[in-house]
Design a binder for this molecule. Structure first.
Ligand SMILES: [Zn+2]
Length: 139
């Protein structure tokens, strides 16, 4: 059966091939007041690929930042850590720019500098990176 839904990320209309048993199961759960609406969790291929590409990089950045925050990385290794974070953030930026169909912004060393200074803010910094990719650069 074809169900109509939309991508939970970009809201593009989707036609989903759904097993007939899904609707019976959904009704069964509804009797117990459990909302089993899997259709609203659907994502288009483009958004799913984007999420799958950026998630492992976000997790690696998070792990490094948590180790920095916890003082688990000795000072002598900080320069190497900065290089690893730079490589990960640049890769992240490329993935975001490709998804948003914008040119990859010029690298700003402040991204990893601020991550090294305030590793607890890594998610806000990644949010800024995504925002940088959303704005076309003025030449
Ligand atoms: Zn989408």
């Amino acid at each position: 059966m074809i169900a109509h839904g939309k991508c939970k990320f970009c809201h593009k209309a989707l036609n989903l091939i759904v097993d007939d048993g899904y609707f019976e199961l959904k009704e069964k759960f509804a009797k117990d007041k459990i909302d089993l609406d899997l259709i609203k969790l659907a994502a288009c291929d483009r958004c799913a690929d984007y999420q799958n590409a950026k998630y492992p990089i976000e997790q690696r950045i998070k792990k490094i930042c948590m180790n920095l925050l916890g003082g688990l990385i000795p000072k002598v290794e900080h320069e190497k850590t900065r290089e690893v974070l730079t490589a990960l953030c640049q890769r992240y930026m490329g993935i975001v720019a490709r998804y948003k169909n914008t040119p990859v912004p010029i690298w700003d060393a402040e991204i990893t500098d601020s991550m090294m200074r305030t590793p607890g803010n890594f998610s806000l910094i990644l949010c800024d990176v995504r925002r940088m990719c959303a704005q076309p650069t003025l030449v």
